[in-house]
Design a protein around this ligand. Structure first.
Ligand code: ATP
Ligand code: XMP
Ligand code: GLN
Ligand code: MG
Length: 521
């Protein structure tokens, strides 16, 4: 059963993914499309409604991305947000200009007349989250002005007869107090949709889609022990059962006990066929002498694929399918991996995730990525739906490039051994304190090229600092540093500096994301 999507047209927004997510939270299916789509291409997706996102351009500037006025005649309900609101106004003959009054952050919006339309049920003065320098000065003909702010004479409008709506503020961010109400008013009152989409629909839809894509071919799935690949594998297993073999690559950049854990938890829970590829030598020699983070990521992405290729023969033999070919590679790629790798429309490349921006060009497998439009918490819900055990579904994320991007400097065997020990101590103490569920993840980072002076056993040491980076997050797109109890931090630092040779300092990272990212490379 294919759902008609609510399309989010991305004008290079910071928050396009958040809009899609909030729509899904309202139990309506949503997908993001680039602003380069023509009206015809948009309508070809048979959308139930369309939301135009914010963006960095000015609607009246030369070359600014515009909306075809014909979109508003197609009978599909449209909500414009910020830039999308301005572009809609401009396309329909309204006036957009700079007032000189910019509004960034918390801003009061005042309802004009009675609260109605997409503002139904919202107090006369509401706190909204703004980020704009341009404003709509005059609504297009046929539009009713619903609200204004100090800097935006027209801050919300509606043309009920045509199902067209817009707001200058960002209803998708949690800081807009009634943001979700605005979105739900649009979806349920404006577009008259039913809240009938759940993560259960993802399972049905993806299983069908995977069957259609894969047919009777052989499939491998890169399995890491993490949530995303476990859920992707479980979906594919449900779709094509025996055609699937999971491949766990031990690249030597893993944490203590990880390889054993994959066997124990995942294979036991699902009975899937597993092939373990011992590829420590391949990765370590490819990384030798490399210090630049993006170069490391690209090398790791490439060697992952080479390791999957090298495993093909053994996989086919183990499945008694000699003479066949592995055509498909399943990856547990999520939406944030895609956006950060610069895959969002107009979005910057922050870092190349090994499974997206780090893939080699000569990839011979066709990719199967059933989770590519989802966020981690949605993936966890899908995993629970598929009956995966709580230890897998609730597991903290661990990046595919592993400890390779947590050693700041060259990756060597000695440094890996040192970091592995420090990481095991930190994780054991966090678990012992009963705080595993309080943190999203806690990278432990070795500053391999930094040394500082210490005194240990009355002697001078010149050792490395270990950084602890516990963070809290909802979806890894933004994060804050976790306020862990200081006695726990003290215990971790004390144990690491006592037990790990070569480390004489424990450091706590107190940076949010942004400006920092979660990992250091
Ligand atoms: N050691 C590995 N062996 C095989 N495939 C891997 C390995 N590490 C990562 N992958 C592949 O790369 C994908 C992305 O890795 P990533 O770490 O983001 O996801 P995950 O490990 O499945 O989940 P989590 O984010 O919870 O750790 C995985 O879903 C998996 O397909
Ligand atoms: O599979 C992955 N391949 C990668 O290359 C990669 N880089 C970062 N991460 C994980 O993604 C989330 C966001 O991390 P950053 O704030 O460091 O970008 C965090 O959960 C990181 O651990 C990765 N996962
Ligand atoms: N966040 C936005 O969409 C900004 C829209 C437009 N660039 C402005 O400054 O008004
Ligand atoms: Mg992982």
């Amino acid at each position: 059963m294919d759902q008609r999507p609510v399309l989010v047209v991305d004008y290079g927004a910071q928050y396009a993914q958040l809009i899609a997510r909030r729509v899904r939270e309202a139990n309506v299916y949503s997908e993001i499309v680039p602003h380069t789509y023509t009206t015809e291409q948009l309508l070809a997706k048979n959308p139930a409604a369309i939301i135009l996102s914010g963006g960095p351009s000015s609607a009246y500037a030369d070359g600014a991305p515009s909306v075809g006025a014909d979109l508003f005649e197609a009978g599909v309900p449209v909500l414009g947000i910020c830039y999308g609101f301005q572009a809609m106004a401009a396309a329909l003959g309204g006036k957009v200009a700079r007032t000189g009054l910019r509004e960034y952050g918390a801003t009061d919006a005042t309802t004009i007349g009675e609260a109605r339309s997409i503002l139904a049920g919202i107090p006369a003065t509401q706190n909204t989250w703004m980020s704009h320098g341009d404003s709509v000065h005059e609504a297009p003909e046929g539009f009713d002005v619903l609200a204004s702010t100090a800097g935006a004479p027209v801050a919300a409008f509606a043309n009920e007869a045509k199902g067209l709506y817009g707001v200058q503020w960002h209803p998708e961010v949690k800081h807009s107090a009634f943001g979700q109400t605005v979105l739900e008013n649009f979806l349920f009152k404006g577009a008259k949709l039913e809240p009938n989409w759940t993560t259960g629909n993802i399972v049905e839809e993806q299983v069908e889609r995977i069957r259609a894509q894969v047919g009777t071919s052989r499939v491998i799935c890169g399995l890491s022990g993490g949530v995303d690949s476990a859920v992707a594998a479980a979906l594919v297993q449900r779709a094509v059962g025996d055609q699937l073999t999971c491949v766990f690559v031990d690249h030597g950049l893993l944490r203590e006990g990880e390889a054993e854990q994959v066997e124990r938890d995942f294979v036991a829970a699902t009975g899937v066929k597993l092939h373990v590829a011992n590829e420590q030598e391949r990765f370590l020699s490819a990384l030798s002498g490399v210090t630049d983070p993006e170069t490391k990521r690209k090398i790791i992405g490439r060697e992952f694929i080479r390791a999957f290729e090298a495993a093909e023969k053994a996989v086919l033999a183990e499945a008694a399918a000699e003479g066949e070919q592995v055509k498909f590679l399943v990856q547990g790629t999520l939406y944030p991996d895609v956006v950060e790798s610069g895959g969002g429309e107009g979005a910057a490349n922050i870092k190349s995730h090994h499974n997206v921006g780090g893939l080699p060009e000569d990839l011979q497998f066709e990719l199967v990525e059933p989770l590519r439009t989802l966020f981690k918490d949605e993936v966890r819900a899908v995993g629970a739906q598929l009956g995966l055990p709580a230890e897998i579904v609730g597991r903290q994320p661990f990046p595919g490039p592993g400890l390779g991007i947590r050693i700041i400097g060259e990756v060597t065997e000695d440094r890996l051994a040192l970091l592995r020990r420090a990481d095991a101590i930190a994780r054991a103490e966090l678990t012992a304190a009963g705080l595993d569920n309080e943190v999203w993840q806690m990278p432990v980072v070795l500053l391999a090229d930094v040394r500082s002076v210490g005194v240990q056993g009355d002697g001078r040491t010149y050792g490395h600092p270990i950084v602890l980076r516990p963070v809290s997050s909802e979806d890894a797109m933004t994060a804050d540093w976790s306020r862990l109890p200081s006695d726990l931090l003290a215990r971790i630092s004390n144990r690491i500096t006592n037990e790990v040779d070569g480390v004489n300092r424990g450091v706590l990272d107190v940076t949010s994301k942004p400006p920092g990212t979660i990992e250091w490379e």
